[in-house]
Write a protein that binds this ligand. Structure first.
Ligand code: PRX
Length: 571
């Protein structure tokens, strides 16, 4: 097979289609599909759910198809509309107002989604937290956002340092059998009483909707702030790239604690009125194939890290499932290996469509449309209405085939509007009118973009973005650790694994049980995905004269590469 190009299946589409879409493109045209375009009344929860619930032809369609090992449930648009009216009433009763931050720290479940839309309906800002976060990760996010309310479960409550969060006024517990104390709001009791009618809070398109915390190479995680207007691009990319049709059954595998799980696990499918499969429980190739088979999934949005596991699981396994309903597969989060594309062509007879974007960008920017020829190894081309380029450090555009910073011309609809309480950080993303992503890439003569790596020290492990600073900070909290430097080490299955270099305090001796103890310390303090898989003890950690850890040098040592410029290295 010629692996340099994979043609679109449907012969009528080609690159010229994309060009013609691009010509004279205006986001105003997309806005006409929203009811606020006519009524002037804006709220993304209305567009995603209530609008369909008010439509006699749509209201009884299944919106949410929930499947977990111990629970199966179908929720129609009308039911989800009513349930989120109930949660909105609970929030309002306990004083939540427009602009307040309300965080969700709970597993994926129908209650999660009812609460999510309830938050939007009162005009508050939702902050979904990944359920695997441990105390430090939870504290950092609730503290920085000054969240007024947290919706969680009794199981996870132990990881919330309630007494140390002065802004956190209310905690709602979902699924509490016996409430630990009466300072908690009992969701299950409240929902029985709450009215299923609610006067939605109309907002401005530029009002806050969502905060996702994400990691950079320095400092604590940053609150990426998104507004209701992002729905314009969620909807449009859902239509063009995910190719939603009314009767699709769609499954996005991402957790809503990450941006893919909100932009494409919530907004894109429901703005387009399709049935959305939500799966709880852990990943195994068997359980995921079963989810595709049992629910007759037609469109699947997942990540290379999972796809690589399917490849390793072998062709015999996939033959045990009927996946004939599947018609479109997409990927995001890490480089999509050409071998995975070849595998999918063989086992599913389907192409995998890579998409590139970031927490900060709010929605897809560089994609493979169903109509495009795929060049395996490339992330694709910018969507209509988006200008991408490779720029140098001053923000000047570079010619094709030259490596540089992947940058986007400022001003697409779903772009973050702020870094929470950190205007300096926000400004630092923009150079000469370009949003500079931190990814290095090049563009070929036909406008396809090819990812090369990160320009900073941010680690991408199994598609999850981890900041080395967070891990280093946790490591040095351990009594045996004096200093720490953390890098991403290339790994065939996970993309990168986290490797920590540490120095020990006097009196501690290097041995396997100490290293395992340190690993567990990060795992139970921060989160499992942030725990270093490898820890190596050093006599010293290389630092610049100003005291910054030279992670580049650690990485060069690890990979046996030339060490480059070390002139700033401390004596
Ligand atoms: O390095 C790029 C990588 O993931 C980063 C963004 O991570 P996050 O904000 O967690 O969002 C992930 C899901 C939107 C990017 O800076 N990345 C994302 N998509 C791709 C990718 N790397 C290569 N190919 C992709 N398609």
């Amino acid at each position: 097979m010629d692996m340099t190009k994979v043609q679109a299946r449907s012969g009528k589409h080609n690159l010229a289609d994309l060009e013609s879409m691009r010509e004279g493109f205006d986001w105003e045209e997309v806005k006409k599909d929203f009811s606020w375009y006519k009524t002037g009344k804006v709220n993304a929860a209305y567009e995603a759910i209530d609008r369909h619930a008010e439509n006699p032809d749509k209201k009884d369609q299944v919106a949410l198809l929930y499947s977990a090992p111990d629970r199966e449930e179908s929720v129609t648009f009308q039911q989800l509309s009513k349930q989120s009216n109930q949660t909105a009433n609970i929030l309002k009763k306990y004083g939540i107002q427009k602009g307040d931050r309300v965080f969700l720290f709970m597993p994926r479940s129908p209650e999660f989604y009812a609460n999510f839309f309830g938050i939007l309906k009162v005009g508050a800002i939702a902050g979904p937290l990944f359920e695997a976060f441990m105390e430090q990760a939870v504290r950092d996010r609730l503290e920085d956002s000054e969240a007024a309310m947290l919706i969680t479960t009794p199981d996870l409550l132990g990881r919330v340092p309630v007494d140390e969060l002065p802004h956190l006024k209310q905690i709602v517990l979902v699924g509490a059998e016996n409430l630990p104390e009466d300072d908690y709001i009992d969701y299950d009791a409240e929902i029985k009483e709450a009215s299923d009618e609610f006067d939605i809070e109309w907002v401005d398109r530029e009002d806050g909707m969502l905060i996702h915390y994400t990691s950079g190479s320095t400092g604590k995680p940053k609150g990426v702030y998104h507004v209701h207007n992002a729905m314009v691009q969620h909807y449009a990319t859902g239509k063009w790239v995910i190719d939603f049709k009314e009767d699709d059954v769609y499954w996005c595998t991402a957790d809503p604690g990450w941006v893919t799980g909100t932009s494409y696990g919530i907004f894109a499918p429901w703005l387009n009125g399709v049935t959305n499969v939500i799966r709880g429980g852990r990943f195994t190739p068997e359980s995921w194939y079963e989810t595709l088979d049992k629910n007759n999934v037609t469109i699947w949005y997942t990540a290379p890290t999972a796809l690589r596991k399917f490849v390793s699981a072998g062709d015999e396994l996939v033959k045990q499932y009927d996946l004939s309903s599947l018609r479109h597969v997409l990927s995001v989060g890490e480089p999509l290996n050409p071998e995975v594309i070849t595998w999918a062509l063989r086992v599913f007879d389907l192409r995998i469509h890579d998409t590139w974007w970031m927490t900060e960008t709010g929605a897809m920017l560089i994609v493979n449309l169903p109509s495009m020829e795929i060049r395996p190894g490339s992330m694709g081309r910018p969507i209509p209405g988006v200008e991408a380029a490779i720029v140098d450090n001053e923000g000047n555009e570079l010619p094709p085939n030259q490596m540089g910073n992947l940058a986007i011309k400022k001003g697409w609809p779903s772009m973050m509007r702020a870094i929470w309480k950190n205007p300096g950080k926000y400004e630092s993303y923009f150079i000469n009118g370009w949003y500079v992503s931190g990814d290095s890439a090049y563009m070929d003569e036909d406008g396809y973009f090819w990812f090369q790596g990160r320009l900073d020290d941010v680690i991408n492990t199994s598609g999850e973005r981890v900041g080395p600073f967070e891990v280093e900070s946790k490591l040095i909290e351990h009594k045996a650790v004096a200093e720490a430097g953390v890098i991403g080490k290339p790994d065939p299955e996970r993309g990168e694994i986290i490797k920590a270099f540490i120095t020990l305090n006097p009196g501690y001796e290097a041995n396997d049980s100490l290293l395992e103890e340190i690993r567990q310390f990060v795992k139970t303090g921060l989160s499992a995905h942030a725990a270093p898989r490898e820890i190596e003890i050093k006599d010293s950690i290389p630092k610049t004269r100003s005291g910054k850890i030279m992670r580049r040098l650690l990485k060069s040592w690890e990979l046996g590469l030339p060490t480059g410029d070390t002139s700033t290295l401390e004596e």
